[in-house]
Every structure is written in C-alpha cells, then in structure tokens.
Design a protein. Structure first.
Length: 272
C-alpha cells in the first residue's frame, strides 16, 4: 500500500512539473503583470478628451525662451484628476514576434505610430499585428530616405520625422520636464514620447539587460506610477513604471552615451 501511495505521489509531482513546463510562459506572463495593469484608470479616447471642457493648454510665460523645436513649459495643474489614462492603441516594436536586427531598433517608430493611432481615433487595445508590422516598416523606409538611417533617432529627429511622416504642425521637445509637466500633458489628452536608457527601466520582460536606448509612450498616470505603452515587450500595454523609474531613465540618444543624455521628452499636438 505504501509503495502504491509513493507511486501515485510521484506521478502527481511529475504531472505538475510537466504542466509547469508546458505553461511556463503563461505563468510567467501572469506573475509579471498581476501588479501592473490592475490599477490603471479606465482609458479615455482622444474624442472624449477633446470634448472635455475641463482642461486647458499649458501656460508658457512671454519671457520663456521658445525655439521652433524646444520649449520649456510651465503648466498649471488645476482641475486635473488624480489618476488618468488615455486609450492609446498598443503594438510592440516587433508585432509578429520577429526580433531581427531591424525590429530590435524600432521602438521609436512603434512609439510615434501608437501616438498617431490615438489621434486618428483607432480602436483601443492591440493593433492588428500584420498591419502594425507593415506600417512600422514603412516608417523605417521613410526614415532611410529622410535621414539616411533609422536606428537610434534622437528626440530632435523624432520631431522632424513626425512632422514629415504624419504632417503634425506642432511637435515639441520638452527639456527637463517635471512629473507635473508630464501629468498635465497627459490630462490634456497628449501622450508623451519618452526616450530612455532602456536598462535603467528594469523591465523584467526585456531580454537580458534590456536595450541600451529605448522609447516608450506615457499614456496615463496613477498616484504613484506612469501608465505606459512600452513597445519593447509584447506585454507592454498599460505597463506601469514608478514615477522615479521613468524620470531617472529618461535620456536622449547622445551618440550612444545614453546614460548621460539630456532629459527630454517629445509632445505631439493634434492638428486642429
């Protein structure tokens, strides 16, 4: 009898091990995300935000130094909610899970693509992978003509690309933004493009150390985190980073010396 019990227990343990191996990715995905998207506020579409009378444009004083590309905003924070989330559609930078040498470097393209999809009122949620992949590769080809390359574009180059590719009339690089600056843009209905030192983000879904240079989209915030669409992982929709994590990792390309790159973000304004 004891031998029979031992055999049965051994079979149960073996079955559990096999189940864990077969479903290891599902288990990993669940554990990685159970504390991430659960607290994200309900997303709002561009149409909903644009129709709201609650928010105004950021105030920039007359004496501020403003160029055609770089501004430093001073934004009032009255009337913004304590938590907010924009319905920015999501794609990873490798929508078909083809992490080749091209797709390993298309986070910037995927980020501006998602922002444009939001302004064009595409449905919230995951963008069709076939369409997303084809569209991201079109951006890559456009960049090759525009810049002669597509890899590791700076914030200033993202401004040029976004204006030329999509026809946006107002695209700004914000120097040294504060958490409140970023919240204000989000609450006013503007997703924020963030260039970053990818390895400083500490995302457990990245491969290895993570990318040297990375770009993601801020789409909302809670009381303690930014809600993002991070194209560096298929699990990047509504991925939440602590405020300090985003602010510390925020760095421009800086010719590969990313960790000492400028603290900047890019804000694309919808055309009127």
């Amino acid at each position: 009898m004891r031998k029979l019990v031992t055999i049965v227990l051994s079979l149960i343990v073996l079955l559990l091990i096999i189940t864990a191996i077969v479903y290891r990715q599902t288990i990993f995905d669940f554990v990685s995300n159970m504390n991430r998207a659960a607290e994200a506020p309900a997303p709002q579409s561009f149409v909903e935000v644009a129709a709201s009378p609650s928010f105004s444009e950021p105030f920039i004083p007359d004496e501020a130094e403003v160029s055609s590309v770089i501004v430093t905003p001073i934004a009032p924070l009255s009337n913004i909610p304590s938590a907010f989330n924009l319905a920015v559609p999501f794609t990873s930078q490798a929508p078909l899970a083809n992490w080749d040498v091209v797709h390993e470097d298309t986070c910037e393209e995927a980020a501006i693509y998602m922002v444009n999809a939001f302004y064009e009122s595409w449905p919230a949620g995951k963008i069709d992978p076939e369409k997303a992949d084809a569209d991201i590769l079109k951006i890559v080809e456009f960049e090759k003509v525009l810049f002669g390359f597509f890899e590791s574009t700076t914030a200033a180059q993202i401004v040029i690309l976004t204006e030329q590719m999509y026809g946006y009339e107002r695209v700004e690089v914000i120097e040294d933004p504060t958490i409140d600056d970023l919240k204000n843009h989000l609450a006013a209905g503007r997703p924020v493009f963030v260039p970053s030192a990818g390895r400083m983000l500490g995302n457990p879904n990245f491969t290895g150390e993570g990318p040297l240079y990375h770009a993601l989209v801020l789409k909302g915030y809670t009381e303690t985190t930014f809600v993002t669409n991070d194209p560096g992982t298929r699990l990047g929709a509504d991925y939440q980073y602590d405020f300090d994590t985003v602010m510390n990792a925020m760095h421009d390309w800086n010719a590969g010396e990313v960790a000492s790159g400028a603290k900047v973000v890019v804000v694309i304004y919808p055309n009127e």
